[in-house]
Design a protein around this ligand. Sequence first.
Ligand SMILES: Cc1cc2nc3c(=O)[nH]c(=O)nc-3n(C[C@H](O)[C@H](O)[C@H](O)COP(=O)(O)OP(=O)(O)OC[C@H]3O[C@@H](n4cnc5c(N)ncnc54)[C@H](O)[C@@H]3O)c2cc1C
Length: 402
Amino acid sequence: MEFDLDIGLSDEMRAVRETCRRFATEVLRPTGIKLDRLSAQAVIAADSPLWDVLKQFRALGFAGGAMIDDPSLSPAERALTHCIIVEELCTGDVGLFITCGLLNIAPTIAQAAGRADLVEFFGARDEICCLALTEPGRGSDIVAFTEPGYRDPRVKPVLKCRREGDVYVLNGQKSSWVSTGTIAGSGSVYATFENSPVGLADGAVFLMPFDLPGITKGKPLEKIGQRTLNQGEIFFDNVEVPAKFLIAEGPEIYPLVWEMTLKGANIAMGEQFVGVARAAYELALDYAKQWVQGGGPIIQHQNVKNRLFSMFQKVETARALARRVAIADATQAGGVPFQYAAASKVYATQAAFEVAHDAIQTLGGNGLTHEYLAEKLFRDARSSLIEDGENSMLGLMAASRL
Ligand SMILES: Cc1cc2nc3c(=O)[nH]c(=O)nc-3n(C[C@H](O)[C@H](O)[C@H](O)COP(=O)(O)OP(=O)(O)OC[C@H]3O[C@@H](n4cnc5c(N)ncnc54)[C@H](O)[C@@H]3O)c2cc1C
């Protein structure tokens, strides 16, 4: 039997791992390869295989963010199971996993906010949700809640919010980087108050449906990697959002809600890019055992051996940190401090990028072609260094908490 470092996994966890491994291999990876070659518009066209993937993901029973809600599991077991599911699915295709992960997640967000009415409202809708934060020219500015610019009144938002009686009026737009932006039916929308005296730090967070009058979408974004993940702008033209969709507001709470959200997103990114790193490592290992140069399989050569060992180490280290942070976050009051979540995200995405780079090197010229997965994994991993907070920016923010 193959050695398994995952001691202490229950039979159920192993069964879930097997199910996810099969779904990643049989559905996510082949569909991801097909979608990666299409235009951003074709990825979301009515006849795109994307919709069938979402249907099959629903049937797996993991949709809704939490992925696993077995009440007999302890918080630590639930977090570990979540890490296992996410890693396995992301070996298949990370962009498709993120899309699936946003399917029917609104009720989970409402639950975390303690809003039974919104759990009921969004529970009755079957749709993708999105997290709409980034604005044109306001990327890191709007992410970096630790930096002085965040509270500088000279830094103005692009999406502006004001309260008028029982409604909030939104005007402006979110940037083309909003994941699932053009296909989402609802979103967690962050909007700064137009008269904020503290820059971007005074705003309102809504969990809102996108069928309100005045909301329109932009074109899907063309990009280098994670091409299977739809992204695009959301425009707001005098949109009147009923107060019942408000989750939080005001300068004391708004930055805290964003910090909690970014923390959750960074922990998830850590788990996801362990899967991408592992996919690249396994691809290179298989290839090195079969490809013959210099009189035998290239794994016999010291340079290849050393490279593979370095890749192996990075996968194991990224996984150890991602799981440790996810489990600590799920089991301790208030979760982990921000710097741990950032460390997990930055480490795992950097590891995935380096391992995918080394996979290309191991495959030689073949690694540069569409025939092999290495170049796609490299492009997917490259995007992750900017996703959910540019890595050096996250480092800067985390350092202010040390
Ligand atoms: C694949 C992907 C998925 C994404 N999904 C979403 C999503 O679902 N929702 C959403 O709202 N956004 C999303 N984003 C947007 C993402 O969060 C932003 O791209 C990111 O925060 C960086 O912003 P920017 O691209 O505008 O870069 P900029 O902020 O313009 O940064 C450019 C460079 O300047 C540096 N820099 C900027 N400000 C400072 C500073 N104050 N101090 C020091 N250096 C600085 C940065 O480190 C960076 O190197 C996604 C992005 C990607 C790539």
